[in-house]
Write a protein that binds this ligand. Structure first.
Ligand code: HEC
Ligand code: HEC
Ligand code: HEC
Ligand code: HEC
Ligand code: HEC
Length: 482
């Protein structure tokens, strides 16, 4: 292409006339550099595929979510990159010309010339078409990046645990973004910025395993949960049943019923009562969390309607915050319902549910203990678990009762093993270091020993300077269990 470039050996005098190229001429040749040609090619290919993809998605012909990644993210990026290369090529070439003493020509549009009129109209029409398509793509891409599929499945290995637990929860139809982003431009931008960091972490493998809970900057529940739930609602009492077996008695469960005083604003008395008292409009409960999991609590401050505040602390200064970690937080839904949708199951509860529903056959002696052994085995991958679990259960039972027993009860053992496998696949991801009990809930006191739940504050040791404590008496929260 060097022939297009005026040569330096022209003298300035006579060169003047020859070196002048008109704008049309410059435009005509300036993109024909390797960069420019590549740009034009890339844009054309991506553009064509984009149009086809867009058509496919909008008419429903293409339903594959992974195709959407290509259509809405990769093609537009390719097209944009190609488009940018064209002016780059133009710029580079013109710079070379000027260095080679080509005189500058300025763009003059003369509407009295037909060719100029046509060019301008063509330019405008093409721009409108381009912008329309771009707007469509941006719109579709925006929706796509907000979809649960994008959040849950694009970063498959990383998000698989949360996505799986979410899909079986009461919030399976609530979008990830409704809790994690909420409405408003500010949080949208924040989320996209942290999204970019997360994409980088997935690409270079620097993400943490397991992903830490709580999410550091989860938006206050007032903007998310309260878009659907009304804190004042009066729930009254709700009875929950807890069913447990023991290794010695696999057949008869002990059934514990607790009637929880959820409360809310009582329409008869107009007082806000019960467990939901903490989120009533009338009060504000703040606490100082001393560690990142919020399991150690320093001071607690309650502001009541008439402006009276009460401050609780553990006497003896133990509650002093270590530097940087003592974060004050206003209590909201998530301080109790921290696992409203990423609900991982409890190992013992899951096995006992199996026995109760007879999916694990309670008539096989020792099956409860063997189920624990199998589900607590550390398989290297989910694949390995898939291949091993049923076999491992059969082997354990054969060891216990002999091979004949195992052969005789093969069908029941396989059915029980399949239940365990399903339980495993719903709760354990070795690659993400997620296993039984990795994520614990605050909504109760089953994991009290690890610092989770109500007894973080209701511990009879946090007290005001007048010695008032936060009660742990059983009937404060539920009817006295039998
Ligand atoms: C009903 C509200 C809600 C929805 C819907 C929701 N999340 Fe969450 N998510 C939370 C809360 C609350 C936490 C904090 C958990 C904690 O503090 O223990 C969380 C935590 C997480 C975490 C951190 C790891 C963990 O398990 O604690 C990830 C990752 C995550 N969510 C991803 C998702 C994805 C992906 C979706 C959609 C498929 C989604 N979330 C939908 C409320 C929600
Ligand atoms: C987009 C609406 C929406 C948002 C946002 C939402 N929820 Fe829900 N939530 C629901 C619906 C709908 C149900 C009822 C599901 C059912 O009955 O099957 C529900 C049920 C619940 C339940 C009862 C579960 C049970 O076991 O019966 C709790 C607790 C709850 N939500 C807490 C939360 C918390 C905490 C948040 C914020 C992190 C939140 N929700 C955000 C719609 C929402
Ligand atoms: C002090 C802890 C605590 C706080 C704070 C809290 N909840 Fe609850 N909530 C509970 C408990 C305990 C239950 C009983 C059911 C259970 O164990 O899941 C419950 C039950 C519920 C239910 C189910 C009610 C039913 O009739 O089955 C919903 C919905 C709910 N909460 C929503 C919320 C929302 C929304 C917020 C924030 C505005 C909130 N909760 C704040 C502890 C709390
Ligand atoms: C961050 C600290 C904190 C946590 C966590 C906490 N509470 Fe409380 N709770 C308080 C304080 C403070 C009071 C008020 C004590 C008082 O004024 O007597 C209170 C009061 C209550 C009351 C009495 C409300 C009334 O009508 O006066 C109930 C019921 C209750 N809590 C249940 C729960 C349950 C259930 C959980 C766990 C799911 C829980 N709390 C977790 C701090 C906490
Ligand atoms: C601060 C509130 C609170 C206090 C005080 C409290 N509980 Fe509970 N308890 C709960 C909540 C909330 C649940 C429901 C947990 C769930 O939904 O998973 C529960 C569940 C239970 C269960 C059934 C679950 C299990 O662990 O087997 C038993 C049993 C129980 N409580 C016993 C007691 C006893 C005994 C006391 C008195 C020493 C007591 N609780 C005091 C809030 C409380």
């Amino acid at each position: 292409m060097a022939e297009n470039v005026p040569q330096e050996n022209n003298t300035a005098e006579e060169g003047e006339a020859e070196l002048r190229l008109t704008w049309q001429e410059q435009l005509g040749i300036s993109w024909k550099t390797p960069i420019g040609l590549f740009g034009v090619g890339l844009t054309t290919v991506c553009f064509t595929l984009l149009i086809l993809g867009l058509f496919g998605h909008m008419t429903g012909l293409i339903e594959n979510h992974y195709a959407a990644i290509v259509t809405f993210l990769i093609f537009p990026a390719g097209m944009l990159f190609g488009l940018i290369l064209i002016p780059v090529s133009f710029y580079v070439r013109r710079k070379r010309w000027f260095r080679n003493s080509l005189s500058k020509v300025f763009l003059v549009i003369d509407f009295s010339k037909k060719i100029h009129r046509r060019a301008v109209i063509l330019f405008l029409v093409l721009s409108v078409i381009n912008l329309t398509i771009f707007a469509l793509v941006v719109y579709e891409a925006y929706h796509f990046t907000e979809s649960d599929f994008f959040c849950g499945a694009v970063c498959h290995t990383v998000m698989d645990p949360e996505y799986t637990a979410y899909q079986r929860s009461p919030h399976a139809k609530v979008g990830c973004v409704q809790c994690h982003i909420g409405s408003g431009a500010e949080w949208y931008v924040k989320a996209k910025l942290s999204g970019l960091r997360q994409v980088k972490a997935v690409i270079d493998g620097s993400y943490s395993t397991p992903i830490p809970a709580p999410v550091e900057h989860l938006r206050p529940a007032r903007d998310t949960c309260e878009a659907c739930h009304w804190p004042e609602k009066f729930h009254g009492k709700r009875t929950k049943q807890f069913i447990a077996f023991s290794n010695d008695n696999q057949a008869e469960p002990s059934i514990q019923e607790v009637s929880l005083h959820i409360g809310g604003r009582n329409p008869f008395t107009d007082t806000f009562e019960g467990i939901h008292w903490h989120v009533s409009k009338d009060v504000k409960v703040e606490y100082q969390s001393l560690n990142s999991t919020r399991t150690a609590i320093g001071k607690i401050k309650v502001t009541k309607p008439n402006g009276i505040t009460e401050e609780y602390e553990v006497p003896g200064g133990e509650g002093e915050a270590p530097a940087g970690d003592g974060v004050w937080r206003t209590m909201d839904c998530i301080d109790c319902h921290n696992r409203p949708t990423h609900v991982y199951e409890n190992l013992a509860e899951k096995i006992d549910l199996g026995l109760f529903s007879k999916k694990i056959n309670p008539e096989l002696p020792g099956i409860r203990e063997d189920s624990f052994t199998v589900l607590q085995t550390e398989y290297a991958t989910r694949e390995e678990a898939r291949e091993q679990i049923v076999e491992d259960l059969v082997t354990l039972q054969a060891k216990r009762h002999g091979d004949d027993f195992a052969r005789e009860h093969e069908a029941e053992l396989i059915a029980s093993g399949n239940y365990l496998l399903e339980a495993y696949l719903g709760n354990v991801w070795p690659a993400m270091k997620v296993t039984w009990g990795t994520y614990k809930g605050h909504n109760g006191h089953q994991d009290e020993a690890d610092g989770y739940g109500c007894f973080r504050c209701h511990d009879d040791t946090h007290e005001t300077k007048f010695g008032k404590t936060i009660s742990q008496s059983c009937d404060l929260c539920h009817d006295e269990p039998q």
